[in-house]
Design a binder for this molecule. Structure first.
Ligand SMILES: [Zn+2]
Length: 106
């Protein structure tokens, strides 16, 4: 396991915002994302689909603040390099998905 960087609340906000404003729309079908938003199922400032499994993450359930909830999220390094902490290399992800993703990259 690599040592984990601790992210401040403002960094977490920045990572979440970058994801919901940019990256999320590259990963998922945009019509579907608009549908989820229009139906009120998702308010992206508070909830977003996990980039790995597509299931819900809740912004308030950040792993470091409320560990192991149903909609917990942690911060994933997209290229799996933990020293690259630029926001474009970071995204929110379920902690359990993050583990699976790491396992796939051996
Ligand atoms: Zn997930």
């Amino acid at each position: 396991m690599s040592s984990r960087k601790t992210f401040t609340q403002s960094q977490r906000n920045e990572i979440w915002l970058y994801y919901i404003n940019s990256r999320m729309w590259d990963i998922f079908n945009n019509d579907r994302l608009n549908e989820l938003q229009d139906s009120g199922s998702y308010i992206y400032a508070q909830a977003a689909p996990c980039p790995f499994c597509g299931e819900k993450m809740l912004k308030a359930q950040y792993q470091g603040v409320q560990p192991d909830k149903s909609f917990s999220w942690d911060i994933d390094h997209i290229d799996n390099n933990p020293t690259r902490n630029n926001v474009v290399n970071l995204q929110p992800m379920h902690p359990w998905c993050n583990k699976k993703k790491a396992g796939q990259n051996i």
